[in-house]
Design a binder for this molecule. Structure first.
Ligand SMILES: Cc1ncc(COP(=O)(O)O)c(C=O)c1O
Length: 396
């Protein structure tokens, strides 16, 4: 069966493609794992080296100390979070650790409700909290893959201290309807922690509308910001009296007082900082954030829905099993295809400069982004089909 040619559409987002040199040398379908590098990153890192070399210690005053807040405000704009509510940190794992360190997990309110499809690093962290009195309630996926909001809601009660989950689930790219889950959490007096990593820059997120107390994310994927720039958003209305146990000198109201008496926490987002910020990572990440903000996540989402729909159409035409959601409202930016010999097909394609990945249980994962040309969708599917045929013929 053939899917037929896709209608030609005007695609103004392709203007941005020239900012991403990698897209000229690869078929780039891996933005759910590592977004393409913006051209501006090289200049940003050269600028960092120049500041360090030429300005030395004065770089802190002149740029570096204010940088995490300024960079965090760019993310606040993308997430509809209040300015000054974003703390930059190293990665999601640390951001979650800081947020969860505000909780005592003392019985009878000692439960943390999460899902089996949350990112493993988070599940490991929660496991660690079980040694400190937390009781972890992990809501299973139906059919091994799908999380139903009603199952999470049913797991929440007065024993729940924290409800933690993701906006877009990492493995299947299911967009979870978190608003009713968080409403229930607040009804019973629990706090909410939302991982938006697989959404930010791809699926619109409004953290105020969702009612999240803490939100975590990183920059490596759809934001095209590279490693080392994680973030924690703390809703000032619900978290400004909380005291993190994982903390440091940069969370003090006056860090340069080097005060050794009991810590006086900053009243703003710096309350959730720890030690010295990762300046080069934040300078690099800013290049990606600027582009995403200039395009707008709504436009990125509209294109993503169109291109993932085309991938589904092509997959159906070849009889491949689709492991991600088909419904537009629950479909994130990634399409999962459980093709025959998927792991070998993935290795084949990577060797031929097609960037994608493979995960057990979901098969190949393909993520078009705003820089993807429509022709590339057909081309990637041609390569997959050819590789599947080769491995099938070889009796692999
Ligand atoms: C949903 C989600 N959360 C978290 C992470 C990563 O966490 P960290 O920033 O701690 O490496 C990933 C992917 O790497 C992810 O997909």
């Amino acid at each position: 069966m053939s899917a037929g040619a896709a209608p030609r559409v005007d695609d103004p987002l392709l203007e941005w493609r020239r900012e991403f040199p990698t897209t000229e040398t690869t078929l780039h379908f891996i933005s759910h794992s590592l977004g393409a590098m913006p051209r501006g990153v090289e200049g940003a890192l050269a600028h960092y080296a120049e500041m360090w070399r030429n300005r030395g210690i004065r770089a802190w005053e002149e740029e570096w100390f204010a940088l995490p807040t300024a960079v965090g405000d760019m993310l606040a704009g993308l997430l509809n979070a209040p300015a000054g509510s974003v703390s930059m940190c190293e990665n999601v794992t640390m951001a979650q650790a800081v947020a969860l360190s505000t909780q005592d997990f003392r019985a009878p309110r000692n439960r943390l409700v999460c899902t089996a499809e949350d990112f493993p690093s988070e599940l490991y962290l929660y496991e660690g909290l079980a040694r400190r009195g937390a009781e972890i309630v992990r809501v299973p996926a139906r059919g091994g893959r799908r999380i139903e909001p009603e199952d999470v809601i049913a797991a929440i009660d007065e024993r729940t201290a924290v409800v933690a989950t993701s906006h877009t689930l990492f493995r299947t790219a299911q967009v979870l309807d978190v608003a009713p889950i968080f409403r229930r959490a607040h009804e019973v007096g629990a706090i909410t922690l939302l991982d938006v990593y697989q959404s930010t820059g791809s699926v619109p997120v409004d953290v105020r509308a969702l009612g999240a107390d803490f939100v975590t994310g990183g920059s490596v994927k759809w934001l095209c910001g590279g490693p080392g720039a994680g973030y924690l958003v703390a809703n000032p209305a619900t978290t400004s009296a909380l005291r993190p146990a994982i903390t440091g000198w940069m969370a003090h109201e006056n860090p340069f007082a080097f005060d050794s008496s009991a810590q006086k926490l900053d009243a703003g987002a710096r309350r959730f900082w720890t030690g010295t910020p990762a300046i080069p990572a934040f300078l690099a990440a800013r290049e990606g954030y600027r582009i995403i903000a200039a395009i707008g996540v709504a436009a990125i989402r509209a294109k993503s829905l169109r291109q993932t729909a085309r991938l589904l159409e092509l997959a159906d035409a070849h009889g491949f099993t689709v492991t991600s959601d088909r419904d537009a409202h629950a479909r994130g930016g990634t399409v999962g295809l459980d093709v025959p010999h998927a792991e070998r097909v993935c290795a084949d394609l990577l060797a031929g400069d097609v960037l994608l990945d493979f995960r057990p249980g979901v098969g190949l994962r393909l993520a078009p982004h705003f820089y993807t040309r429509d022709e590339e969708l057909d081309e990637v599917m041609r390569r997959i089909v050819a590789s599947v045929r080769r491995h099938t013929a070889n009796g692999a």
